[in-house]
Design a protein around this ligand. Structure first.
Ligand code: FAD
Length: 386
């Protein structure tokens, strides 16, 4: 019985659960092997299900529902048999499009948000650069005005959906002001001359997700492609990051629960020294401990969701959730792999993939240390007291 989800949320949950079981899990091995999932085919199906714009305005084809539906989507795709495809989907729904949906002009939303919700266009978000990841304020990609166009030069690193995206939400410098000032968020269609995928990156995990180094070479887009006012980009992206971090943590909880449940089953079946592994107090205590921490994180995520829906600033709480999620997935992956013995180390079992894929959470979307810095600042330990 849930305090947060009504029967409509639960129906949506069943729809996404079936979709993951039928349209994603049977193909995970192949997509991981091919180092890419078929984004356009999969997103079209998700669009037809109404999964890509649950809380976006109906005027653009969204369902106009509450953010708990996004939470349900993240929980259900988070139960998939890999980390790559869920990440690609959630980048599209909750990381690359929130600023566009909230602050984009009507025309920009008709051109990009509506087809993204239908699953016809794939979105990516491009903030990080080869020389600027954690330190977003030091990005160098420039968008210089020329008449009614921006001329964009620079590069972006680590871009999820980077080889398949039809448009990217780009953070670029639009003035000479230093630091946080003078940046804008701009929608860049990837079929524009001057857009290049310089390199598809080989990674430790999330193999089914394409990650790319991108380059912009005198690329021209209309000034009308800017989201919000010129110079507001950093602030808009910081807001967008809050949903990214929340959804990352929500999806991690679902994945952890699935892995712990699988490990409990395995330890019930596996016999050593004449009894089931689960009978060892060390093992069932450790799994009980992990379940308790997962539940605590779930409740923090739900608290953040309630605050978000009520219009509060969730920066402090969501940074705590993202930090905890990044650290907890590493503990869960390590303990569950350990309790599978050799079976945890082979590719026949999902543990090895989970171990690789989950490692990203402490780095992507703001590293653990960046979350610690934000929490310390909000707690008044450093910087301006709030
Ligand atoms: C698979 C993958 C997908 C990604 N997808 C995207 C995407 O779609 N779009 C996008 O824009 N970016 C994306 N990223 C980039 C990601 O957000 C960055 O990797 C992350 O922000 C860290 O930046 P960095 O890699 O440049 O590390 P750096 O900034 O060089 O930091 C390295 C390490 O130093 C430590 N550190 C940094 N600063 C501090 C500090 N002040 N105090 C203490 N320690 C510190 C942290 O441990 C950090 O991990 C992705 C990354 C990966 C690996």
């Amino acid at each position: 019985m849930s305090l947060y989800f009504n029967s409509d949320h639960e129906m949506f949950r069943q729809t996404i659960r079936r979709f993951v079981e039928r349209e994603i899990n049977p193909f995970v091995e192949q997509w991981e092997h091919e180092r890419c999932f078929p984004g356009h085919a999969l997103f079209k199906k998700l669009g037809e299900l109404g999964a890509l714009g649950v809380s976006y305005p109906e005027a653009y084809g969204g369902a106009g529902l509450d953010y708990w539906y996004n939470v349900v989507l993240a929980e259900e795709v988070g139960r998939a048999d890999c980390g790559g495809v869920p990440m690609a989907i959630l980048v599209h729904t909750d990381m690359a499009t929130p600023a566009l949906a909230e602050f984009g002009s009507d025309e920009l939303r008709q051109r990009f948000l509506a087809p993204a919700i239908r699953g016809e266009l794939i979105a990516a978000v491009a903030i990080s650069e080869p020389d600027a990841g954690s330190d977003v304020a030091s990005i160098r990609t420039r968008a210089v005005r020329d008449g009614d166009e921006y001329v964009i030069n620079g590069s972006k690193m680590w871009i999820t959906n980077g080889t398949q995206a039809d448009f990217i939400t780009l953070l670029a410098r639009t003035s000479d002001e230093a630091g946080f000032k003078g940046m804008s968020l701009i929608i860049v269609p990837t079929n524009t001359p001057g857009f290049h995928v310089s390199k598809k990156l080989e990674k430790l995990g999330n193999h089914s997700s394409d990650t790319a180094l991108l380059a912009f070479d005198d690329l021209r887009v209309p000034i009308a492609n800017r989201i919000g006012e010129e110079g507001q980009g950093f602030g808009l992206q910081m807001q967008q990051f809050q949903k990214e971090r929340l959804i990352g943590s929500v999806s991690a909880v679902a994945g952890m629960e699935k892995i712990v449940a699988m490990t409990i089953n395995y330890c019930r079946e596996r016999q050593t020294f004449g009894k089931a592994l689960i009978e060892n107090q060390y093992i069932h205590f450790r799994l009980a401990e992990l379940l308790s921490e997962i539940e605590a994180l779930r409740q923090l995520n739900y608290h953040c969701t309630r605050l978000l829906i009520a219009g509060h600033d969730i920066t402090k709480e969501v940074s705590m959730a993202k930090l905890k999620a990044g650290r907890l997935v590493r503990e869960v992956a390590d303990s569950c792999l350990q309790f599978h013995g050799g079976m945890g180390y082979v590719e026949e079992y999902p543990l090895a993939r989970y171990f690789r894929d989950s490692r990203l959470l402490s780095i992507g979307g703001g590293a653990d240390e960046i979350m610690l810095g934000i929490i310390a600042k909000y707690a008044g330990m450093i910087g301006k007291r709030r």
